[in-house]
Design a protein. Structure first.
Length: 115
């Protein structure tokens, strides 16, 4: 028997964190798209179909998480991720890598000056 006012109000921990993909605008698209995949179009149809994918991504609530995932996993050569084409993601990836290289050089210089 619990005393009044001593009951636990703590919520049990979630067993798994919520995956951002559960909130993606494209999540259920594949059941209604048929053969055409706007995110990974066949050759020759890329420009037309990519527009469809970009429209889907435009209002997606997890567009940034999707782009971050693609850059982290180096998904830079095919498909649409985070509302960006492969060439846009490649440019972002290379820019980030260059920035990391510059930061490493700065740390080395500071370390050398401190010694």
């Amino acid at each position: 028997m619990a005393l009044i006012g001593t009951e636990s109000t703590a919520q049990p921990p979630l067993s798994e964190p919520v995956d951002w993909r559960q909130h993606a605008a494209c999540r259920d698209m594949y059941t209604t798209l048929g053969k055409e995949d706007p995110f990974f179009p066949s050759r020759g149809k890329a420009d037309v179909v990519n527009d469809k994918a970009l429209k889907i991504c435009f209002a997606c609530p997890v567009k940034q998480e999707c782009l971050d995932y693609a850059l982290e996993k180096r998904e830079i050569n095919t498909g649409i991720f985070g509302g960006k084409t492969p060439s846009e993601r490649k440019w972002l990836y290379e820019k980030a890598q260059k920035a990391k290289g510059i930061q490493k050089q700065r740390r080395k210089r500071r370390k050398a000056k401190a010694s």
